[in-house]
Design a protein around this ligand. Structure first.
Ligand code: PHE
Length: 374
């Protein structure tokens, strides 16, 4: 389905979209500021090759909206934003560095309206490069460059906590000893999650579509590889999507053989109806943005608010646990899905900050489009 720019922007209800063509590399850069209602926006920088330009724009827009929900649920004083760098093909190191520096200058030009961190396709080393031109609006540089390092482990800690809360609800105990968890996607979050699950006594299964990621996962002797055609059908207690979005959909949900879905990927539901589809199958779904806030909470907390690693871990654990318990309780008491309950919770927190968002009266959107050269 090819969505028009009109449909994409109309569905989005965000604040600002900046579009930059990076002529030297042929990349397109999208910076989407969805909301600054709770504070200046923040969100990762995703760098990859999309099929079409619309797909890249759509990813930036949807991911920025997810960041707004992510910060609103635990009442973090930040707004939702996201950047997508759509590269025509894999870039040579010098070309890549050039794009990141020019992208950093674009972030800098936004004057703090948007701060960024790592996401799919970018690392702490990339944040060091972006910071050369975008400082101070960059989170997650390497420790040697003065940053708090990779965000994957903190995100994994929140997802792990979410799995405990889901197990507590489904099985009556939060203990993961002997629980079987299937991790879909062994990137920075999936891998850190697998290690934590193993340490807690869980049985870990995994899949990744990328050969290099599978080769790296072989270093984890406790984890069992599951082939692509068995990812959804394999019996497990918890299915943990930690790859790209949209893996929970009309085709995959009927095949799931698990009691709960709790993972780190952003935008796991292919469509809004998929939350109801999961509920109809008796599968407890932890909304992605409720449990994957760890990196976006811990890294800025350590870099800006002076948290120690222990304080950051404690904040992630406590806030994910409290939020997810509340979401599950609200969903049950109001007879709705956890996704709907979580959106209501976020809307309440956003409304408390000022005028309510997402009502037609306040639905103002200014799309600012730039097509410039560095
Ligand atoms: N990739 C993170 C997310 O989706 C974004 C992030 C990481 C933002 C670290 C700030 C700091 O939540």
């Amino acid at each position: 389905m090819c969505l028009s720019l009109d449909a994409l922007l109309t569905d989005w209800n965000g604040e600002t979209l900046v579009v930059r063509r990076d002529a030297p590399s042929g990349a397109w850069i999208f910076v989407a500021v969805h909301s600054t209602q709770l504070g200046p926006s923040a969100g990762g920088t995703r760098m990859k090759t999309y099929g079409r330009l619309e797909d890249a724009a759509q990813d930036a827009l949807r991911l920025s909206a997810a960041m707004t929900l992510k910060f609103a649920v635990p009442r973090i004083a930040r707004g939702g934003g996201k950047a997508v760098i759509h590269i025509p093909a894999a870039l040579a190191p010098e070309e890549r560095r050039g794009v990141l520096l020019r992208y950093g200058a674009l972030v800098q030009s936004l004057g703090g309206q948007f701060s960024t961190g790592p996401d799919v396709g970018t690392s702490a080393d990339d944040m060091n490069v972006i910071a050369e031109t975008a400082a101070p609006y960059v989170f997650g540089r390497t420790p040697s460059a003065g940053g708090a390092g990779a965000s994957g482990p903190a995100t994994a800690l929140g997802v792990f906590t979410g799995i405990e809360v889901a197990c507590e609800r489904v099985f009556g105990t939060a203990s993961l000893a002997g629980r079987r968890v299937l991790v879909q996607g062994m990137g920075s979050v999936g891998t850190a999650l697998a290690v934590r699950l193993d340490a807690a006594g869980a049985e870990v299964l995994y899949h990744d579509t990328d050969e290099a990621a599978v080769a790296a996962a072989r270093d984890l002797p406790f984890a069992t590889f599951v082939p692509a055609d068995a990812v959804y059908g394999t019996a497990c207690d918890v299915f943990a999507p930690c790859a790209l979005g949209g893996t929970l959909n009309a085709a995959s949900i009927p095949r799931l053989n698990c009691r709960a879905v709790v993972g780190g990927a952003n935008n796991q539901l292919g469509a809004p109806d998929d939350a109801e589809r999961l509920r109809a199958r008796g599968i407890l779904y932890a909304p992605d943005y409720v449990v994957n806030v760890g990196g976006a909470m811990a890294i800025p907390g350590m870099e800006q608010d002076g948290w120690s690693l222990e304080e950051a871990d404690e904040a992630v654990r406590d806030r994910v646990r409290a939020a997810l318990r509340q979401v599950f309780e609200d969903a049950e008491s109001s007879g709705t899905t956890p996704e709907t309950a979580a959106r209501r919770l976020a809307a309440t927190h956003l409304a408390g900050a000022g005028s309510p968002q997402e009502t037609d009266a306040t639905r103002s959107m200014t799309a600012q489009t730039r097509n410039g050269h560095p």
